[in-house]
Ligand binder design. Structure first.
Ligand SMILES: NC(=O)C1=CN([C@@H]2O[C@H](COP(=O)(O)OP(=O)(O)OC[C@H]3O[C@@H](n4cnc5c(N)ncnc54)[C@H](OP(=O)(O)O)[C@@H]3O)[C@@H](O)[C@H]2O)C=CC1
Ligand SMILES: O=C(O)[C@@H]1CCC=N1
Length: 270
């Protein structure tokens, strides 16, 4: 796969770089661009990877991963377009931005693959969804899939599903963190020490996730197995239903999908 450059080493860019290193990729094969010198120095010393300009990245990298915020895409593409080598593969992690936007602004026939990853990449447990643009071949998709397989699971979806994927798994870890945070607060409310509440909830989350991952049963059946007749859990479930938690999740994820669509539209107005 050769050299990989991450353009914009923020939260997800760093998660990717860190995950690739943990997955066995050599630091010599990894480059990144970053606009704050202190942040660049911090990443260089933490990971032993090299900070470069976009010009150097375009000259040296075979695969360029664009990991800037969707709102910051214009100057990056304007700088990259005249420098990009015809053989380079461009991978976008940007929420909402369609491959057609990159294809319009980069040299003709540039292969682009759109990816929606998530931050568990940091621990090798990302969920990434890939969609090829119109000039990306099966080989390009395979290359990106292999790359992302080092840092978690990968599925291919039609690009039309990427806004939904962004809302579901791209943002998904935030919903789980939010629930964990709220449940720890509940422990505090019940008088438990914070450290104990944290341990109880985090291990419950790990155990529940492992059961789901190992196919222990459908989520409904797993929940029913915890919910004893006349017991404690059903009292909690009643409160969750009374407070519309299911409806809130449906509305929340729909709102995230709508924002992804909106981000794409905003950047298309050129
Ligand atoms: N965070 C997440 O969980 C996920 C994020 N994504 C996508 O990844 C992208 C990045 O998100 P995230 O990591 O959260 O955002 P961050 O703001 O943490 O990272 C973006 C980084 O790019 C830098 N940057 C911006 N413009 C340039 C430039 N011209 N040259 C070099 N560096 C630049 C930013 O610098 P500065 O600090 O100055 O702005 C920042 O360090 C987004 O498009 C997002 O949609 C996708 C999946 C999950
Ligand atoms: O919140 C965001 O916009 C990014 C995309 C998915 C997760 N984080």
């Amino acid at each position: 796969m050769g050299t990989i450059a991450v353009l914009g080493a923020g939260k997800i860019g760093e998660a990717l770089l860190s995950g690739l290193l943990s997955g066995g990729r050599s630091a010599e094969d990894l480059l990144f661009t970053e606009r704050h010198p202190e942040r660049a120095a911090e990443l260089e010393s933490r990971y032993g990877i090299t900070n470069v300009t976009i010009e150097e990245a375009a000259a040296r990298a075979d695969l360029l991963v664009i990991a800037v915020k969707p709102q910051d895409i214009d100057p990056v593409l304007a700088e990259l377009a005249p420098l990009l080598r015809p053989s380079s593969l461009v991978v976008s992690l940007c929420a909402g931005l369609p491959t057609s936007l990159f294809e319009r602004r980069l040299p003709p026939n540039t292969p682009v693959v759109r990816v929606m990853p998530n931050t568990p990449m940091l621990v090798g447990e990302a969920m990434s969804a890939v969609s090829p643009g119109s000039h990306a071949t099966r080989e390009h998709v395979q290359t990106v899939t292999e790359l992302l397989s080092c840092v978690g699971k990968v599925v291919e979806v039609p690009e039309s599903q990427q806004d939904a994927v962004t809302a579901l798994s791209g943002s998904g870890p935030a919903y789980f963190f939010y629930l964990v945070e709220a449940m720890i607060d509940a422990g505090i409310l019940l008088g438990l020490p914070r450290a104990v509440a944290e341990r109880l909830i985090v291990q419950s989350a790990v155990g529940a996730a492992k059961m789901l991952d190992e196919g222990a049963g459908h989520p409904v059946l797993l929940r029913e197995a915890v919910t004893s007749p006349g017991g404690t859990t059903i009292n909690a479930i009643r409160e969750l239903e009374n407070h519309g938690v299911r409806a809130a999740l449906l509305a929340a994820i729909e709102a995230a999908r709508d924002r992804s669509v909106e981000l794409g539209r905003a950047q298309q107005q050129d």
